[in-house]
Design a protein around this ligand. Structure first.
Ligand code: TA6
Length: 303
């Protein structure tokens, strides 16, 4: 009952008739549903998490696990989780949640706006006494998602404190593919990466990325646009980015997928993560009062 009242209040404040509506989603969590001539899409307040984007005339671009959880304190498996202020495990704190603490909690809607053919949904999350227990810093985080023929995301970090911030960040996007084996990721040839499946050994990428086993790599010092070629769905997904110096590529393959209770055993065949990010030695240092924005833009084209 309580959540229905919250959803109704949010709807009165932010709905745009016919194109953007705050509704009840899985697990009773509130989400913004977009239905515009250019695209249909969904974004949860939980983690400011985009879970669906389907440009008109194209198939769904994002992968969402059939076993994903939708509950406070847990991350949604699929779509675009926001990782902040650390990536992966927190150095020196094994109790800390993987990929930070903002993907497992409710954010608030800042605005929903329509401009030309696109709808922009902005959600924010700020430091509080709970976040300070994990990370003694003051910040304001905005995830601004624009849904249209393209999907663009802007992750805006503001240092609202009095000391410099050092943080890692990632838009941990899960792209849906017809089948992972014939898929190819182009654009990172020659770029060095840390191989997390091989003790973070540094290696150099040769040509396209082909997924033939568990793949977990951090591509370093690259601002390159990449292209995901998917022969089964006969499409190309291009992922451009700005103010992002690392790109993470992940597919769990068989064993890791089986170990993940919120991922169907065979669903690894239908997904690949391509994550614009600033991690490892490319963490961001932000002075008090300063702001940093990392952007990504996604397009779907026929092959
Ligand atoms: O982005 C790749 C990665 O860091 C992998 O190491 C793998 O753990 C994946 O993220 C998923 O992490 P999660 O905490 O969502 O299970």
């Amino acid at each position: 009952m309580q959540s229905m009242r919250v959803i109704a209040d949010l709807g009165r404040q932010f709905d745009i008739p016919g194109v953007a509506q705050v509704v009840e989603g899985s697990g009773g969590l509130p989400k913004v549903r977009i239905t515009s001539p250019q695209a249909v899409a969904e974004m949860y307040l939980h983690g400011a998490h985009v879970t669906s984007w389907k440009p008109t005339g194209a198939k769904e671009a994002l992968f969402l696990s059939s076993k994903s959880r939708f509950e406070d304190g847990r991350a949604i498996r699929g779509g675009v989780p926001v990782c902040f202020p650390w990536f992966g495990d927190k150095a020196g704190d094994s109790k800390a949640p993987a990929h930070g603490f903002v993907r497992t909690k409710a954010w608030r809607i800042e605005s929903i706006a329509q401009a030309a053919d696109a709808i922009t949904v902005s959600m924010f999350s700020e430091s509080d006494e709970i976040t300070r227990q994990w990370w003694p810093a003051d910040f304001r985080l905005v995830n601004r998602a624009t849904f249209g023929r393209e999907l663009s995301l802007a992750l805006v970090v503001t240092n609202t404190g009095t000391t410099p911030l050092r943080f890692e960040e990632a838009l941990h996007a899960y792209y849906r593919v017809g089948s992972i084996e014939p898929a190819r990721v182009r654009g990172l040839g020659g770029v060095h990466y840390l191989d997390k499946t091989d003790s973070n050994r540094e290696k150099a990428q040769e040509g396209d990325i082909v997924i033939v086993s568990e793949t977990d790599r951090v591509y370093l010092n690259t601002e390159a646009e990449v292209e995901l070629k998917d022969p089964v769905f006969a499409r190309r997904i291009s992922v451009g980015k700005h103010n992002s110096r690392t790109t993470v590529v992940w597919n769990p393959w068989t064993e890791k997928a089986r170990a993940l209770s919120d991922l169907g055993d065979d669903e690894w065949k239908q997904m690949i993560c391509i994550e614009c990010s600033n991690v490892s030695d490319f963490a961001v240092i932000l002075a008090p009062g300063q702001q940093h924005t990392m952007n990504t833009t996604v397009q779907v084209r026929p092959m």
